[in-house]
Design a protein. Structure first.
Length: 167
């Protein structure tokens, strides 16, 4: 008997990734159904590939985050709209409003620190190696606990999230 695992003709990895991304879609869809009101202390950190197909963000954000970006959906977001392919949302960055369009296939991480829940995904964009970038600084988090929030001189928030946190 051989110790080598035969190559699967069924794309299990892709199927699992698609199913987990559907979890994100369902959660965001439920928030949309409540008019954008997050229940209890729930809030989300969503990391996505800015260069992935279908991602639409303002040029100044794409320049600042050429590879990957993390957004916070907590206090200051609007016009959340979810469909089968992804979602759109309005956020502010340095007090400048922006509309973001993010397909589910571009998401690499989804975290709800209020309940210590997180999902990480394989990037669906081939050959995209992570580059270093500035931390996300949309004006989202105002509550303590979980991530570190640092107030900058211009009044915006810089959020640092440790996705490697263990229970």
């Amino acid at each position: 008997m051989s110790d080598e695992t035969p190559e699967s003709l069924i794309p299990y990895d892709e199927i699992v990734q698609e199913a987990l991304r559907a979890v994100v879609g369902r959660v965001l869809g439920e928030v949309q159904a409540t008019g954008g009101n997050l229940p209890g202390n729930h809030h989300f950190y969503i990391t996505f590939k800015t260069g992935a197909p279908g991602v639409s963000i303002p040029p100044h954000l794409r320049e600042r985050f050429p590879d990957e970006m993390t957004i916070v959906l907590q206090n200051k977001f609007w016009d959340l709209n979810v469909d089968d392919e992804g979602f759109t949302v309005g956020l502010t960055f340095n007090q400048i409003p922006a509309k973001l369009e993010i397909p589910f296939g571009a998401i690499t991480a989804f975290v709800d620190p209020a309940v210590d829940f997180g999902l990480q995904f394989q990037a669906t964009v081939a050959d995209m190696m992570p580059e270093t970038h500035d931390e996300a600084e949309n004006d989202g988090s105002e509550q303590g606990g979980g991530p570190t929030v640092i107030e900058s001189d211009d009044g915006s928030n810089v959020v640092t999230v440790d996705f490697g946190r263990k229970k």
